[in-house]
Write a new protein. Structure first.
Length: 759
């Protein structure tokens, strides 16, 4: 129960811990079992005050996170997963870091005996209570979701070669009511697969190759803009599109024993992904029209195009056991790329003398990045009770422009990592630990688009409808992109973290813990408007080219109390209470104020005037958070699992028109307008193993999941914009009729059925 070697925060989750818990099908949902890791019931993932793109996801050690915006990662059902390794902070120099946390998935490998499993899960609106829909949601009349799958593993050649293969199609269908136009099916099909071949080449040498992926297609039925989600469509084409997503990953790995005390590990991995969106009807190619005077939308889908993503990575690591020292050294090198072709085209009508505005955005071309890292780390056993972990990590990154030339180099600072572990009392029953570390995150390729020379932007105002007469407009802004000059002295983004913790084993199966965490964002990378250049540039707020801006601030302070019990006596338990505060003027790489994933190029630091009142409690702040996950396995094949969450609601702000539209300004200090209601959620799972009834040695499990039991369907977020514009005299105008209306609600109670059969 007590880890005597590391001061890191996190947990390794195996199926024995979560197989009887009511969890979503994707392994990423398992992250929220840990204290300080939350998705806020449908909102952005947060680990220790971070945001979604600040969590890095790996499978078999290969980075599978979207390299452009960081919001997506390769999906796999937990039936393919042998272990999920979650690190929330305090980890050693061998791990490439992020501003949030890291998650690594290990899939199953074949063994000396053939093993197989088939499974299926199903839910629909027939098993769902009545939902509530907020302003940014749309009316769902019907729904059905199912996934089926199978896996097989075993030997290929005696005791030398083994295989594992698995496949699962996942289908989601939702009947969406397009106001005044009837019911349309939003349907997606995702093909989830994983395969691994392991070869013991010699007694000291092992090779493996694994491939996994999640390609899929979707018939989309939804509004393309959050700002017009509550508008009435004049024709259904504005909501109809076809989407492609997902990709394929391949990892080649090897291990080599180096004498009696050394180990060499290496891997080569590739990722390929394509995301696309096109209108699904002929009229869908028309210009979309937003009429704010009548709150209607008409025409086409407003967006079209495709984006290809790729990553290739090489990693090497050596481990040496030298007396009381475990010395690790290694490095990584990777290239990431994206290429986009597509755009956005719509016309807006509002009240006033210049009632129409046309927005045209077209992007072509692509950008790349190169990343390198080196580390050295020593874990020194100082007698029976003390261990010192010390290491240094150095990472650097180069951004390449659309012609393939190096456009910007970002030298990351040396990242020191230090952990001290003391084992008081009876050996193995207590742990006192402290850690300090500096953790950087490389820029996502969204920010690298400053170096793409193949983009076009134009905003034009008219006193008439430009769809009928495109003449007579006044161009407000027109940019034909060119490769932006490098920002002198641009530095990487990082935070410093301190942790102090204590753990104690009580009895044979129970562990109690307390941990204090302090994270301080020391530097961010954002875009801001530079008056002298009359342009936006990447920079470090508060430094260099963006020195007129305040420094980006985000602090996370937390006290965590935990209780964990293993499966002794058939009972598993993981409970936590977290008292925390997330405060600053910078939410992070995802901005929920605009619900737009634009990492390193968000609205936050676009103009100095927008920073007034911007400091305060951040949207991811939750003062109190209580979690309980527990399961019980009876002696006659029946198991029951429970998850309960109670959290303080999100801080509320008030925003209004600004001198730099379309951005909104904070009219009072951020997060000072009270809070949304507290959130509670209860999920249940019941499992019956038919093993005794069918007299089989392998399990046959029937599963019943009940999510959001007795759900109050509490509002999760509100429209905090009171007014849309600012008059020349500085007064708020154009009142928002939806001010303080809920934009999202807690989901309703849902039942899911499942079966898992092992062979």
């Amino acid at each position: 129960l007590i880890d005597p070697e590391s001061a890191a925060g996190g947990m390794n989750l195996t199926p024995s811990l979560y197989e009887n818990l009511p969890v979503e099908r994707d392994y990423r949902a398992l992250v929220t079992l840990l204290p300080g890791a939350d998705a806020y019931l449908g909102m952005d993932l947060s680990i220790a005050g971070g945001t979604g793109p600040e969590t890095k996801f790996y499978i078999e050690g290969a980075d599978v996170t979207d390299p452009v915006k960081g919001m997506r990662a390769t999906r796999l059902p937990y039936n393919f997963v042998r272990e999920v390794q979650i690190r929330t902070g305090g980890y050693e120099a061998e791990y490439r870091s992020s501003l949030g946390g890291t998650v690594n998935v290990v899939t199953y490998s074949g063994g000396d005996d053939f093993r197989a499993q088939v499974f299926g899960f199903y839910t629909s609106d027939r098993f769902e209570a009545s939902p509530r829909f907020g302003l940014s949601e749309f009316t769902k009349v019907s729904s059905a979701q199912y996934d089926v799958g199978a896996s097989l593993g075993g030997p290929v050649l005696g005791d030398q070669i083994w295989f594992f293969a698995a496949y699962s199609p996942s289908v989601v269908t939702e009947g969406i009511e397009i106001p005044e136009h009837g019911l349309y099916d939003d349907r997606s099909v995702t093909h989830l697969f994983a395969g691994k071949l392991t070869w013991q080449v010699a007694q000291r040498t092992n090779l493996f190759v694994t491939a996994f992926g999640d390609p899929g297609q979707r018939d989309v039925v939804q509004p393309m803009s959050v700002s017009t989600a509550h508008f009435t469509p004049q024709n259904p084409d504005t909501w109809l599109g076809k989407e492609g997503f997902g990709g394929v990953n391949v990892v080649l790995g090897a291990t080599q024993l180096l004498g009696p005390a050394g180990l060499l590990e290496g891997s080569l991995s590739t990722m390929s992904r394509t995301d696309s969106y096109m209108p699904s009807t002929e009229r869908g190619t028309e210009v979309q029209f937003h009429d704010y005077t009548t709150e209607t939308v008409s025409g086409g889908t407003t967006k079209y195009g495709s984006r290809s993503l790729g990553r290739t990575a090489l990693a090497l690591k050596t481990t040496w056991e030298l007396g009381g020292h475990t010395l690790k050294t290694g490095g990584e090198y990777s290239t990431s790329s994206t290429r986009t072709k597509g755009g956005v085209h719509h016309v807006i009508k509002k009240q006033g003398p210049d009632t129409y505005k046309e927005v045209e955005i077209y992007t072509s071309g692509g950008v790349r990045s190169r990343k390198g890292g080196l580390f050295v780390q020593d874990s020194w056993q100082l007698g029976d009770r003390w261990r010192l972990n010390a290491g240094l990590r150095w990472d650097t990154q180069a951004l390449l422009d659309s012609s393939g030339d190096v456009a910007q180099v970002i030298p990351f600072e040396i990242q020191p990592r230090l952990g001290i572990i003391f084992l008081p009392g009876r050996q193995g029953t207590q742990r006192l630990y402290v850690s300090f570390g500096r953790y950087s995150q490389d820029l996502l390729l969204n920010g690298a688009y400053f170096f793409n020379g193949e983009e076009f932007y134009r905003w034009t105002k008219y006193d008439h409808d430009p769809r009928i007469d495109p003449t007579g407009g006044i161009v407000l802004s027109e940019i034909t992109a060119s490769v932006t000059e490098a920002t002198p002295g641009l530095k990487g983004q990082f935070y410093d973290a301190f942790t102090l913790g204590y753990e104690r084993q009580v009895g044979d199966n129970l562990k109690l813990g307390a941990r204090g965490v302090f994270r301080n964002l020391r530097r961010a990378v954002e875009d801001g408007y530079v008056e002298e250049l009359e342009d936006y540039r990447l920079g470090n707020p508060g430094e260099g080219i963006l020195s007129v801006f305040p420094q980006a601030k985000r602090t996370y302070t937390a006290l965590e109390l935990t209780a964990e019990r293993t499966l002794g006596s058939g009972v598993m338990l993981a409970g936590s209470y977290v008292l925390s505060r997330t405060h600053g003027n910078y939410q992070g790489l995802f901005n929920t104020d605009y619900w737009t994933p634009s990492p390193n190029a968000s609205v936050d630091f676009d103009h100095v005037v927008l920073m007034e009142n911007a400091e305060g409690l951040l949207p991811q702040d939750r003062k109190h958070s209580f979690k309980l996950a527990t399961s019980y396995m009876s002696g006659f094949g029946l198991a029951a699992g429970l998850r309960f969450i109670w959290q303080t609601g999100a801080p509320l702000s008030i925003r209004g028109g600004s001198a730099e539209p379309p951005a909104y300004a904070f009219l009072m200090p951020r997060g000072s307008m009270g809070r949304a209601p507290d959130i509670w959620d209860l999920d249940l799972r019941f499992v019956y193993d038919l093993q005794r009834l069918v007299r089989r040695s392998s399990p046959t499990r029937l599963l019943l999941d009940v999510f959001n039991v007795g759900s109050p369907r509490t509002p999760l977020a509100y429209d905090d914009v009171c007014c849309f514009t600012l008059t020349d005299e500085g007064h708020q105008a154009d009142i928002n009729d939806n001010y303080l209306e809920p934009t999202r609600y807690q989901p309703p109670m849902t039942v899911r059925l499942g079966i898992e059969v092992g062979f």
